[in-house]
Design a protein around this ligand. Structure first.
Ligand code: HEC
Ligand code: HEC
Length: 376
């Protein structure tokens, strides 16, 4: 209380007041930092070094695509914070969604914009076999690894002889290796975290005002909360399709059936924790009316580095995102469902600048250099 009063008398360099955070606000801030990854028990190779090394090799290797031109890094480029900078991803064909970053991806409960996968290792084989992404069948993936003079021995060291495994177990282990590599891609310590830890100058006065608005009046916290600044759930914020008109992408609604019929899941036979909490939650998931046209709330960590925004890259800049929340002018309702908790915020120019400054304070340095290219 006393400190709060003291802070009020200081003004920021730009002549505007430096916000004082109340005890309640500090409680919220402490719930947003630090961000720490929890282990994924469904992948027993998650912390295995040779699995991660194998995953890193595969991640950067264009041979794992039908035209030998596409690797995971084509759409998840390290120097673009593991995104590609385009609206809709292009691989061996044209996809329909924006490439999210894989930095910190391991923190998630659900993967992909619609959450159609419930483990990190459930994702890669879908991508590799997808006609528009890498378009390579699992038996070709296995053959490439087995015959390669670097990957073959690394595989044996990690998983034993390929000859003794069936093709689906091989595919699951390829996926678990990629997940082990991605789990190392941690970029979660930003200036914002130093601010919460007590360094008052870690973020600018403008960022502090943006933060106060974000957790208060702006209502952003209703969906973007906790250390990863997301509720991990699915909502519609009314951003329409790239070519205008009504929503076409069914989002979360289309994902539930895919999740139930997917091969590589937390509860499936290739999981290393089929009776655990992840598996149990997935088993009880049911379709809800509001799922149609909903997408996963993205983590806002490193968001300033990953334009364009939203599930189809519809919004080019952070300013555009804020303009959307400010006016809701082009709000496209998902038919029978409208997210009633969103109201136009009518942001002033200063409030937009402050919010952008706050979002920029969530940028962490990239992981160590050795993880940003194919291994030597
Ligand atoms: C053609 C571009 C492209 C390629 C190649 C590609 N990805 Fe992706 N990736 C995407 C897109 C687009 C999404 C989101 C798809 C969706 O939500 O439907 C995605 C989603 C993901 C996710 C989920 C992230 C999240 O936040 O849920 C992970 C993890 C991932 N990719 C890893 C990989 C790995 C590993 C490879 C290589 C085996 C790979 N990607 C290859 C475009 C690509
Ligand atoms: C009702 C829940 C909800 C609220 C409230 C909300 N968001 Fe979001 N936010 C989302 C969802 C869901 C998406 C992704 C939507 C999509 O792709 O269609 C998103 C996307 C974003 C993105 C783009 C991230 C990316 O990687 O593409 C930013 C930035 C963002 N929100 C910031 C904010 C700010 C700032 C506020 C407060 C002014 C806010 N959000 C309020 C749910 C919400």
């Amino acid at each position: 209380m006393f400190t709060a009063l003291l802070c009020l008398v200081f003004t920021a360099g730009d002549g505007l007041p430096l916000p004082a955070f109340s005890q309640d606000e500090w409680t919220i801030l402490r719930s947003m930092s630090p961000a720490v990854l929890l282990p994924d028990k469904t992948n027993k190779y998650e912390q295995n070094e040779s699995a991660a090394l194998l995953g890193q090799h595969i991640f950067f290797d264009e041979r794992f695509s039908s035209n030998k031109e596409v690797s995971c890094a084509t759409c998840h480029e390290p120097d673009k914070y593991f995104t590609d900078g385009v609206q809709i991803a292009v691989g061996t064909g044209q996809t329909t969604r924006n490439s999210p970053t894989v930095l910190n991806a391991a923190h998630q409960r659900w993967f992909f914009w619609d959450g159609r996968t419930d483990t990190l290792w459930g994702q890669p084989i879908q991508t590799m076999e997808h006609p528009a992404e890498m378009n390579i069948p699992r038996k070709d993936i296995a053959e490439l690894i087995e015959k390669d003079k670097t990957l073959g021995p690394l595989w044996e060291k990690t998983f034993g002889s390929m000859k003794e495994s069936d093709i689906d177990t091989i595919a699951a282990n390829v996926a678990k290796s990629l997940a082990a590599y991605i789990t190392k891609l941690d970029a979660s310590h930003a200036p914002f975290d130093d601010f919460v830890a007590g360094d008052k100058e870690a973020i600018s006065p403008s960022a502090q005002r943006g933060l106060q608005y974000f957790i208060g009046e702006g209502g952003c916290l209703r969906c973007h909360f906790g250390p990863w600044i997301t509720d991990g759930a699915f909502h519609s914020v009314g951003v329409g399709p790239l070519d205008g008109g009504a929503l076409k992408d069914s989002g979360r609604a289309g994902a539930i059936d895919k999740l139930k019929s997917a091969q590589f899941t937390a509860s499936g036979i290739h999981s290393d924790d089929p009776d655990g909490i992840r598996a149990t939650i997935s088993k009880h998931i049911a379709k809800r009316r509001e799922d149609w046209g909903s997408f996963r709330t993205p983590s806002l960590r490193n968001v300033a580095k990953t334009p364009p925004y939203m599930h189809a890259g519809q919004l080019a800049t952070l300013e555009d995102v804020l303009e959307h929340y400010s006016t809701l002018e082009n709000f496209v309702s998902a038919d029978h469902h409208r997210e009633t908790i969103l109201e136009p915020l009518n942001l002033s120019e200063q409030q937009k600048l402050d919010l952008v400054a706050f979002l920029e304070s969530l940028t962490a340095p990239l992981p160590e250099k050795g993880l940003l290219t194919a291994p030597d």
